[in-house]
Design a protein around this ligand. Structure first.
Ligand SMILES: [Zn+2]
Length: 150
């Protein structure tokens, strides 16, 4: 019986895909460090990330409103399993924090990475702020992660 062989291999698997119109505009804003939500003309709910139709009223959404790059941590977890980052094709080492962030001016949450991965230093309700990359590309990872404000 032969022993298994482990081969370490790093692959670049970048790819491109078309974003729906609302996501395309959202990402274009990110390239200018601008975060926008879509507001429903019926109930006023402000969706971030943007979506084409209100989940409450089923009305099409087209009213863009600016939101802050700071907000409230609504939920969080610390992940202990490395993942293949679909944006880079590289492994994201564990542990890392993930959070649902409700930015000021939005009524829904954005799922994103957190700078903090120590559970003792994370709590629902904490104020967080986006940490932007130096080079913006018009993609969700223009926001590197969210950091907890002191
Ligand atoms: Zn609505």
């Amino acid at each position: 019986m032969s022993a298994p062989v482990h081969v370490a291999l790093e692959m670049d698997q970048s790819w491109r895909y078309a974003a729906p119109a609302a996501m395309a505009r959202f990402c274009a804003g990110l390239k200018e460090r601008r975060i926008e939500a879509l507001r429903c003309g019926g109930c006023g709910r402000r969706y971030l990330p943007p979506r084409p139709v209100c989940g409450n009223c089923h009305l099409p959404l087209a009213d863009w409103v600016p939101v802050a790059d700071e907000g409230r941590l609504e939920a969080w977890t610390v992940v202990h399993v490395p993942i293949l980052d679909p944006r880079t094709g590289r492994m994201r080492e564990a542990p890392y924090g993930m959070g649902l962030v409700r930015l000021d001016g939005a009524d829904t949450t954005l799922n994103h990475f957190l700078a903090q991965s120590d559970p003792a230093r994370l709590a629902i309700g904490q104020r967080v702020r986006a940490v932007w990359r130096e080079q913006l590309a018009g993609a969700i990872d223009d926001i590197r992660h969210f950091e907890v404000l002191a």
